[in-house]
Structure formats: C-alpha cells, structure tokens
Write a protein that binds this ligand. Structure first.
Ligand code: PLP
Length: 399
C-alpha cells in the first residue's frame, strides 16, 4: 500500500455514487431493486445532439482544445446567458470544464485559504461540504427547514456571515429539496449581501431548466448591478440536455477568477472532451423542444410521487418547484419498531426499506437534514407506482 494524504483520508466518498454502487451490487446478486437514488435524467441525450457529437468525431474533432474551452462554445454560452438569464458576459468571462462539479471544485481551489468559511444552506448537495473541506476551508451549514420552503432566508444568511466568510453557495432549483429561489427571494438575500461585500456568491444553476408550474429560477446577477463582480454562475449540460456522461459544465464570472480556473484546468485535465464541446454548442443553439418534453414527463412523475408519498401515514412530502427530487419528512416514523429493533434514524429507515421493500432511497442525513429521505423521480411511472406502494406496505409493518 502507498500512504495517503490526511486530506484524502478525511474525505468521504460521494453518498450518491456509493448508493448507486450498492444498488448495482444487489442487482448483480439477482435482487430486484426499485431505484430512487438516481441523480441523473433517465432519458437519453436528444438525437440532434448525438448527431452533432458523432459528426464532430468523424470530422476529426479529436484533439485537445484550449483550457478555457472552445471559443464557439463559450460564445454559445454567452448567448444562452443573455437569452435565458438576462445577464451579459463575454467569452473571456466563461470557462468550460468536465461538469459543473469540476467547476465548483476548481473555483474553491482557486479562492479558499485554510480557515475560510463557506456558507452552505441545508439541505445541500452532498458534495459541497466535502469539496470545501478538501480545500482547507470550513463549511458553515445553515438549516433551511420545510417551514421556509427549504429556502435560505435573509435572517439565516445574516446570522451565518462572519468576517471569515468567503462564499455563499446556493443551488436553485435544489438537489435534494426542489426549492427554487425566484426573483423576490434573491432580492431579499441581495439586501443582506450588499451589507457584506467580502462574501462572493456561487449559484449552482444546473437544474435551472427543470422547473414546474410557471416557477422561474433567477440569477442574482440579473437583479443588481453590483452582483456580477462577486458572483460565479455555475451551470452545465448534464441535467437540462440529459448529457451527464458527456461531462460538460461551465461557469461565468469575473475574468480574474475565470483565468485562475483556466490555469488549474491547464495543470490538471488540460480541457474537457473536444467533440463533447461541439455537441454542447448544438445543444445550446439547437431546438430547445426536447427540454420542454422532458419537463412535461418529470412534472407528471412529480405529481404522482408527491401524492403517493403523502398517502402514506407518517410521511409528509412537499411539492418541489424544480429539479427531479422529492424530500419527504419522515420524522414521525422514527422510533417505531422494525424486525431488527427500533428505527431511530433516516439512515436506519433507508436500510429497512432496502431490505424489506427492495426500494433504494437516499437518507436526508447525507444532505445535511436528518429525518428526511430523498427520492429521485427521474425514473419510470411504473417504478414510482410499485416503489411507493412497497414503501407504504413496509412502513405499515412498523409498530
Ligand atoms: N450540482 C448539483 C446540485 C448536482 O445535483 C449535480 C449532479 O448531480 C452537479 C452539480 C454536477 O453536475 P455535472 O454533471 O455538471 O458535474
């Protein structure tokens, strides 16, 4: 064996990737598992995007690109930001990487010093606190309970900021809660941020396109002129265009930070896949109808899963405004007895549901909110129907 660094020994594996592995193992043993842990669209990349990728490959698009990403893609991203988000950027304020995840990682690596603080509203995406810690900084978790619609309030933000705060990271629409910060929510948060100019803001807008019922995600950069110089907008192709495996994410932000991220990419991965970048141009400039079609499908599934979960006594599921997850409150079930004794935590409930019902769900604890579960509805209505029925039956057996 070769000795590992302290920082890597302290790093937790990604809970969602671990769950995926567990499900795969159980399936390999021949067990039928209804899987609600998926963090990605179950649909395939739209045909026109695949065609663009294939013809790029055939046309010799097989070489390194610049570390910022192809100019044409950065131009297409600027057009997208102007069109969809009402924000103005030039290609030198854009960087392309192997997913939004790499962007978040490099942005923190580029800015954090040991002891710096990053404000993370909970429930949060599993990777944020670990990426922050890996870069020597301290995650400051702010609870955003169902009573506030799982949204960060101005009061909670104000209370979390200290002289050491470097970043606030906000994921809207949220994985795992589905909460969306709209215009009015950001306007209230910006009032607080204006009193604390030392705090930069990272907005992870990866689920931006997956919103329901006329709800609209908002980029704070579009609301106040002072925000552009302190915000990093993070987005990517994974969720909107069902392109998780292509690994294309991007950021828009102040040129000095973008340059620093480009430098890190230049010394780590060089660039992300060339032909995937070309396909991403087609995704951004081409027909956007596949997104609307996917959102219509997600909406139907959302309504089904919310209503089936709410029919289970002891489970309360709020209706998410965006993304493809529900985050039901299961606290009333804790303390009930199962075959192996009391179920006291959401983690124990997850194990029970897997063993008893053959249903795989994520625990709220991994997302910084114990007493909740996360279920992805990026899965078929048949799975949702049988899964929720099986969950209800397993829960009914608890005493
Ligand atoms: N941010 C959030 C909130 C996510 O849920 C995910 C993926 O699950 C990502 C970022 C990563 O996206 P990408 O595939 O672009 O790295």
């Amino acid at each position: 064996a070769i000795a590992l660094s302290k920082k890597v020994q302290a790093l937790k594996p990604s809970a969602s990737i671990a769950a995926k592995q567990r499900v795969t193992e159980l399936q390999a043993q021949g067990r039928t598992i209804l899987d609600f842990t998926l963090g990605e669209p179950d649909q395939d990349t739209p045909e026109a995007i695949i065609e663009a990728g294939v013809s790029a490959l055939r046309g010799g698009d097989t070489h390194y690109t610049g570390s910022a990403g192809k100019l044409d893609l950065r131009k297409a991203i600027c057009e997208k930001l102007a069109r969809d988000n009402a924000v103005t950027y030039t290609p030198d304020e854009i960087v392309v990487a192997a997913g939004a995840k790499q962007i978040i990682y490099e942005a923190f690596a580029a800015t954090l010093e040991s002891g710096d603080e990053v404000v993370i509203p909970a429930p949060y995406w599993v990777s944020y606190p670990d990426i922050v810690r890996l870069n020597g900084a301290v995650p400051v978790i702010v609870e955003c309970p169902p009573e506030t619609g799982f949204r960060l309030t101005p009061e909670a933000l104000e209370a979390a900021i200290t002289p050491k705060t470097r970043w606030l990271i906000v994921n809207s629409p949220s994985n795992p809660s589905g909460a969306v910060l709209e215009r009015e929510h950001w306007a209230a948060l910006i009032e607080v941020l204006e009193r604390h100019p030392h705090v930069a803001v990272m907005t992870d807008e990866i689920y931006e396109k997956i919103v329901f019922d006329g709800i609209r995600n908002c980029s704070p950069v579009s609301l106040a002129p002072g925000m552009k110089e302190r915000c990093l907008i993070v987005n990517g192709m994974s969720k909107a265009y069902a392109m998780t495996g292509w690994r294309i994410g991007y950021a828009a932000g102040p040129a000095n930070l973008i340059k620093a991220i480009i430098k890190l990419i230049g010394q780590s991965t060089t660039c992300t896949t060339a032909f995937a970048q070309t396909a991403a141009v087609e995704a951004l400039r081409g027909d956007q109808k596949p997104i609307a079609d996917m959102v219509a499908i997600y909406r139907e599934r959302r309504d089904l899963i919310v209503s089936m979960l709410n029919d289970i006594p002891g489970v309360t599921c709020s209706t998410p405004g965006g993304a493809f997850y529900v985050f039901p409150d299961i606290r009333p079930l804790l303390g009930r007895k199962g075959p192996d004794g009391a179920i006291d935590t959401d983690l124990e409930l997850v194990t029970y549901l897997l063993d008893e019902a053959g249903v795989a769900v994520m625990d709220g604890t991994s997302y910084g909110m114990p007493g909740f579960l996360r279920l992805s509805f990026a899965t078929s209505t048949a799975t949702i129907r049988s899964g929720c029925t099986a969950i209800g039956a397993a829960i009914a057996k608890l005493s």
